[in-house]
Design a protein around this ligand. Structure first.
Ligand SMILES: C[S@@+](CC[C@H](N)C(=O)[O-])C[C@H]1O[C@@H](n2cnc3c(N)ncnc32)[C@H](O)[C@@H]1O
Length: 230
């Protein structure tokens, strides 16, 4: 694979995730220094899935992000366009209704889900606005969206240290633990160029979502955005 660039075509993004699928969950744990587990607990609280509710976990990958909603008794549909990630997920969670689908053209009818959520995936979808509109379309009126995504640290000195970690420490660590280190260079670069918290909130509103709000985790390294379909 050539050097990671930010103008990846969707099929290149899918094949990049196919390549890292086997070690994806372990690499995540190592690179986030175990923080991903805490972030996932906060996402579960924000989604607040209830028994029998229908939840779409978009860009679910191996469905690690889907487990808290399933544990809460919801009917969770993990959807992703990397067959490699879906295969690893299906092996680990054979009972889940894994669905191959593109976030910009979801294979679901209008108004079907009580909640739609996406963890660390929106940044990878080439047309963010279209994905937000599609998530809106498949949500029931009164339903909610929760986005968990890497964001921008709010305290300037911390931001400097974190960006140093991302750009300098992360690629060598990734080279040691990942089957496709380029994917993690792409990760670092895509985090740096991702819109900040207020900008993403504005994009949600533009896609139709109302009562949009966000909460920072770990000083803004991750932000949870929430909205409702009126
Ligand atoms: C970093 S992984 C996140 C996986 C999982 N949500 C988690 O929290 O571990 C990002 C996922 O986004 C998926 N993805 C990227 N673009 C997509 C698109 N247009 N449609 C569906 N999935 C997409 C990738 O295949 C990958 O599995």
């Amino acid at each position: 694979m050539t050097r990671a660039t930010l103008d990846k075509q969707p099929h290149e993004v899918a094949s990049m995730f196919d390549d890292v699928a086997a070690n994806y969950d372990l690499t995540n744990d190592v690179l986030s220094l175990g923080q991903d587990r805490r972030w996932r607990k906060e996402v579960a609280k924000a989604v607040d899935a209830r028994p029998a509710q229908k939840v779409l976990d978009l860009a679910a990958g191996t469905a690690t992000s889907s487990q808290p909603f399933a544990r809460a008794g919801a009917y969770v549909v993990p959807c992703d366009f990397s067959l490699g990630m879906l295969r690893v997920g299906k092996k680990n969670h054979p009972w889940m209704p894994f669905t191959a689908g593109d976030g910009t053209k979801l294979p679901f009818r209008d108004d079907v889900f009580d909640a739609v959520t996406i963890s660390f995936g929106l940044r990878n979808i080439q047309d963010t606005d279209q994905a937000l509109r599609e998530m809106y379309r498949v949500t029931k009126p009164g339903g909610r969206i929760v986005i968990s995504e890497f964001s921008h640290a709010t305290w300037a000195p911390f931001r400097t240290v974190y960006e140093e970690y991302l750009m300098r420490a992360l690629p060598p660590v990734a080279r040691a633990v990942s089957s496709n280190p380029d994917a993690y260079v792409y990760l670092a670069e895509s985090i740096r160029s991702w819109p900040d918290q207020p900008t993403l909130a504005g994009m949600l509103q533009k896609a139709g979502w109302s009562k949009v709000a966000w909460r920072n985790l770990t000083g803004g390294i991750v932000a949870l955005h929430r909205g409702f379909k009126a």
